[in-house]
Design a binder for this molecule. Structure first.
Ligand code: ATP
Ligand code: ATP
Ligand code: MG
Ligand code: MG
Ligand code: MG
Ligand code: MG
Ligand code: MG
Length: 254
C-alpha cells in the first residue's frame, strides 16, 4: 500500500530544537516519592540506599549522554548540565527530555533490588522532568547554588524533625508545630542541646548532596599504543556554591 496518502500527518510534528549555544539543564524529580518512600520504608531522614540508587541512575544517564559534564542530586531529584555547545539529538527538546527521563527511570527500577534487596518494588516508580536553558555561566553557578542551598535547608529541617519524632517521641504534627517559625540558628541549637547532634558532623552526602563531574578528557594509551580519549565521572560530596569547586574545573562552563 502506498504510504504517501497518509504520510502528510508527519508534517504536523513541530520542530522543537533548543536555542543554540545555551546551557541545557534537565532536572528529574521523583513523582509522589513522599508516598513511594513511605510505602517502601525508607530510613528517615536520609536513606543511603535510596540516595545511592539515585546516583547509579544518574551515572547511567551520563553514560548515555557524554555531553553532560556535571550532575547534582539530592533527595528524589537530579539535575544534569549539558555543555553549551552540545548538539546531542540535534538539540531536540522532546528527544533530550524523554531519553534522559526514561534512562533515569528505567535504571532506577532496574537496579532497585541491588540497593534495597529486602524491599520488593510494589509498583513502577516514575519521575517528572523539565528542561531549562540558561544563557550564561553566572546562572549555572546560581542554579547549582540554589539546589545545594535547598539540600541544606531540607536536611537541617528533616534532621531535627525526625530527631523530635524518633528520639523525643513527638507526633509528626507536634514536631511540625515545634519547628514552625524557627530559623536555622535555633534549629542548630535545638539539635545540639536536646539531642547532642552537631549538625556539621553529619555525613557530607546528606549536607551537600551528590555532585557528579566529568573530569576533563585526557588521552590515555591503549595496549596497542593508540591514543584514545577518555573521561571519567567522579563522585563528590562537596561545596559547589563557593568559587573553589569551579575554579579548578573551568571546562565545566566552557
Ligand atoms: P512531587 O511528585 O511533587 O515531586 P513528592 O512526594 O515526590 O512530590 P518531593 O518534594 O519531591 O515530593 O519530596 C520527595 C520526598 O521523598 C521527600 O520529602 C522525602 O520524604 C522522600 N525521600 C526521597 N528520597 C529519600 C531518601 N533517600 N531518604 C528518605 N526520604 C526520601
Ligand atoms: P530512535 O532512537 O531515533 O527512535 P530507533 O533505532 O529506535 O531510533 P525507530 O524509527 O524508532 O528507530 O524504529 C524502531 C525500529 O525497531 C524499527 O524500525 C524496527 O526495525 C525495530 N522494531 C521495533 N519493534 C519491533 C518489533 N516488534 N519487531 C521487529 N522489529 C521491531
Ligand atoms: Mg516534582
Ligand atoms: Mg518528588
Ligand atoms: Mg523532590
Ligand atoms: Mg525508536
Ligand atoms: Mg520507532
Amino acid at each position: 500500500m502506498a504510504v504517501s496518502k497518509f504520510a502528510y500527518v508527519k508534517s504536523f510534528e513541530q520542530p522543537d530544537s533548543l536555542l543554540p549555544n545555551t546551557y541545557i539543564v534537565v532536572r528529574v524529580d521523583g513523582h509522589a516519592f513522599h508516598r513511594l518512600s513511605q510505602d517502601h520504608q525508607f530510613i528517615r531522614p536520609n536513606d543511603d540506599r535510596a540516595l545511592q540508587l539515585m546516583d547509579h541512575a544518574a551515572k547511567d544517564v551520563m553514560k548515555e549522554f557524554t555531553d553532560i559534564v556535571m550532575a547534582f542530586g539530592e533527595s528524589d531529584e537530579y539535575s544534569f548540565l549539558f555543555r553549551k555547545t552540545s548538539t546531542a539529538h540535534k538539540r531536540r527538546h522532546a528527544k533530550i527530555l524523554s531519553i534522559v527521563t526514561s534512562t533515569f527511570t528505567s535504571s532506577y527500577a532496574f537496579h532497585w533490588s541491588k540497593y534495597l534487596p529486602n524491599t520488593p518494588l510494589q509498583y513502577p516508580p516514575t519521575f517528572d522532568a523539565r528542561v531549562v536553558l540558561y544563557p550564561s555561566a553566572k546562572e549555572i553557578r546560581d542554579y547549582f547554588s540554589w539546589r545545594q542551598s535547598d539540600t541544606h535547608v531540607n536536611n537541617l529541617y528533616n534532621t531535627i524533625f525526625w530527631a523530635l519524632v524518633q528520639q523525643a517521641g513527638e507526633t509528626t504534627s507536634r514536631a511540625h508545630e515545634i519547628l514552625k517559625g524557627t530559623v536555622s540558628k535555633q534549629k542548630n541549637e535545638m539539635l545540639y542541646s536536646r539531642f547532642g547532634i552537631n549538625y556539621n558532623d553529619l555525613p557530607l552526602r546528606y549536607r551537600k548532596g551528590t555532585t557528579l563531574v566529568r573530569e576533563k578528557a585526557t588521552s590515555e594509551n591503549t595496549l596497542d599504543g593508540r591514543e584514545k580519549p577518555s573521561s571519567e565521572v567522579v563522585v563528590l560530596h562537596c561545596d559547589i556554591i563557593k568559587d573553589e569547586f569551579w575554579d579548578g574545573r573551568r571546562h565545566l562552563l566552557e
